[in-house]
Design a protein around this ligand. Structure first.
Ligand code: COA
Ligand code: AMP
Length: 630
């Protein structure tokens, strides 16, 4: 069948389409219907089904006779180790950790925070939670204690599972002191923590609260899979929004299983048994969907890579992993390719390896700039597929359905809407715009299975953030256009979210941190173009009257404050003290205009600008630090 036929079959009868896809999942009680539309604009999927995620990702493959097949390859250039875990071993490990959680009082519906580096035990922890119906929330290791504390207070976990350390190329990151500080700061206190001690840096355990990973499992009864309702949350994943309070995206169980399984063949064109590698981190949605769940549900081998595209040890490390583990399909963020290209522009490292098994490269997480896409295509000689999605959706909204029918690529476009998604471009008033016209990208409700059902403990915020602006639609927060052939082009965010090295961050959250500096009266943070990271944050601060500290000292304090409050992942290194910020007459700071000046883009100052001369001051400040870059 062709893509257009399949898309039409979904449009004609979404219920039949999603019931058909549900057949690939092993249910404890099969769904009798797909969509629950009893409470629009809130929707649910497979409401009367009973099912277990871990069973579908692990146990069923063992039962089908694939216990000896490798489920996880851990390739860790930062520790110089490679290890393999079969599906049978994974089942045993998940059952034992789940047993330990149960023995310590964690049951269905309880939350468990996971704060771990890229080790296979991170996947074991996620799967062990879903095995007993506990709801996990993985927190990325590059966040500071304060961010972890916010998530502890919002998710109110009964337990935290953490690694003793993460290993960055330049340093070992002690996770345990960050965890201790977070628990200290948080109002909610977890009952206990399970700590995986790594040889690189062992942690001191707090008696009565912390238990060693292995000791916790000693003598416990392995736990069986607990069937949960189709709409039961499998996990909460916090993502950046407009303010400093992260949004807890809730992922319901059944839709997650059905949709992710569907994507493996139809979007990525991999068959069970093949090796699939997403070079991301379990702390992000790509890591949830495509390091952990989708490959395992579909019976693929997944690669857990603990390293960076460059420097661990060199720009050839990705190619070595692809060769050594016979990776068929590879998925990463464009920023990784920009980093590699800068080190190895002629692909000399690449030619040292046999990449003949690789079928395609998939890029997502940020806009895939045409230059990087062309370079990757020329070097790898395989299709380079851009696809667009978000934490909220959990999988591809717009992509190239390689397993159905490879569609012609248009550089700069992630291609077309996948079945389940009715993607529209709207004007400010919510009316669809003609092809080629820029507008807000929105998706007609209901969103398909596998997408978020709400925000944790914040249904009103969910409604306000996504559903209120364009009634009947989900607002993606991205702007772009659809061309005459139905290809989408994603151009920019419409909110305060920026994308730094494929990591989604909130400039609003950084402004909240800067505003807390005692000498700062007012501030603005914008995203500016960066040749490797895509964007980096840049702060402008105005000081309170009478402050006589050296400006350089205040700027350094601001940088340290963001690093300590949000984390190194914010990559906040640029800040300038300025006299005034450009504003409209009603007092709104002109952040978008400042970003255009920094990036050297043409712009027309808004008619409502209060004092256009301030733009010249900002331009001069930017010029001092080399912006716009030539
Ligand atoms: N734990 C602790 N610290 C972390 C971390 C983690 N898991 N991940 C990143 N950090 C720290 C880094 O050590 C760095 O700290 P520093 O300021 O002391 O150097 C900081 O956070 C920024 O890290 P990063 O964004 O990784 O920048 P980098 O300059 O070290 O590397 C790239 C740049 C492009 C190589 C890297 O960002 C990369 O590989 N990106 C791919 C992104 C990706 O996979 N995104 C997921 C979406 S698909
Ligand atoms: P995250 O939730 O971290 O996955 O970030 C999602 C956001 O990243 C999207 O809303 C876009 O702004 C951006 N993004 C992700 N993939 C793409 C892509 N292929 N093209 C353009 N932007 C993308």
């Amino acid at each position: 069948m062709k893509y257009s036929d399949i898309y039409k079959s979904w449009q004609d009868d979404p219920e039949a389409f999603w019931m058909e896809q549900a057949r690939a999942i092993d249910w404890d009680r099969a769904p009798t219907r797909a969509l629950d539309d009893s409470r629009p604009p809130f929707y649910g999927w497979y409401p009367d089904a009973m099912v277990n995620t871990c069973f579908n990702a692990v146990d069923r493959h063992v039962l089908a006779g694939h216990g000896d097949r490798v489920a996880i390859i851990h390739d860790s250039p930062v520790t110089g180790t490679v290890s393999r875990t079969t599906f049978a071993e994974l089942q045993d490990q998940c059952a034992r950790l789940a047993g330990a959680l149960l023995a310590k009082g964690v049951t269905k519906g309880d939350r468990v925070i996971i704060y771990m580096p890229m080790v296979p035990q991170a996947l074991v922890a996620m799967l062990a939670c879903t095995r007993i119906g506990a709801i996990h929330s993985v927190v990325f290791g590059g966040f500071a204690a304060n961010e972890l504390a916010k998530r502890i207070d919002d998710a109110t976990p009964k337990a935290v599972i953490a690694g003793s350390c993460g290993i960055e190329p330049s340093r070992t990151v002690a996770y345990k002191p960050l965890l201790d500080a977070a628990i200290e700061q948080a109002t909610h206190k977890p009952d206990f923590c399970i700590i995986l001690q790594r040889d690189t840096l062992r942690a001191d355990l707090i008696e009565g609260r912390d238990v060693d990973w292995h000791a916790a499992q000693d003598g416990v009864t392995p736990a069986d899979c607990v069937p949960v309702e189709g709409t039961h949350p499998a996990y909460i994943l916090y993502t950046s929004g407009t303010t400093g309070a992260p949004k807890g995206v809730v992922r319901p169980t059944a839709g997650h299983l059905v949709a992710l399984n569907w994507t493996m063949k139809n979007v990525y064109n991999v068959n069970p048994g093949e090796v699939f590698w997403a070079a991301s981190d379990v702390g992000w949605v790509v890591g949830h969907s495509y390091i952990c769940y989708a490959p395992l549900i579909h019976g693929n081998t997944t690669v857990v890579f603990e390293g960076k595209p460059i420097g661990t040890p060199d720009a050839g490390t990705f190619w070595r992993v692809i060769q050594d583990h016979d990776v068929r399909v590879f998925f990463t963020a464009p920023t990784a390719f920009r980093a590699i290209r800068r080190e190895d522009p002629n692909g000399e490292f690449l030619r040292k390896y046999d990449l003949s098994g690789l079928r395609a490269l998939y890029l997502a997480g940020e806009r895939a700039d045409p230059d990087t896409v062309e370079w990757a295509r020329a070097q790898l000689n395989v299709p380079v597929i851009d696809h667009w999605w978000q934490t909220e959706t959990g999988y591809t909204i717009v992509g190239n359905p390689m397993g159905i029918e490879p569609l012609a690529l248009k550089t700069g476009s992630p291609t077309v809407a996948m079945p389940g998604y009715d993607v529209r471009v709207l004007d400010e008033g919510g009316a669809p715009v003609p092809p080629g016209t820029l507008g807000a990208i929105a998706i007609r409700l209901p969103l398909p299975p596998g997408t978020l059902s709400t925000l944790w403990n914040a249904e009103e915020r969910y409604h306000k953030s996504y559903l209120a602006h364009f009634p009947g639609y989900y607002e993606t927060g991205d702007a772009g256009y659809i061309d005459e052939d139905g290809y989408l082009f994603v151009m920019a965010r419409t909110d305060d979210v920026i994308n730094v090295a494929g990591h989604r961050l909130s400039t609003g959250a950084m402004e909240e941190v800067l505003a807390a500096h005692p000498d700062v009266a007012e501030c603005a943070v914008i995203g500016v173009a960066d040749p490797v990271k895509g964007q980096v944050p840049m702060g402008f601060v105005c000081l309170s009257k009478g402050v006589d500290k050296p400006v350089a000292q205040i700027e350094k304090e601001c940088i340290d404050l963001v690093r300590n409050r949000i984390g190194p992942v914010a990559a906040f290194h640029l800040v300038r003290v300025v006299d005034r910020l450009p504003k409209t007459r009603s007092g709104k700071i002109l952040r978008a205009t400042m970003a255009k000046i920094a990036d050297g883009h043409d712009f027309k100052p808004p008619a409502t600008i209060d004092d256009p001369a301030i733009l010249d001051e900002i331009r001069a400040t930017l010029a001092e630090i080399g912006y716009p870059a030539s």
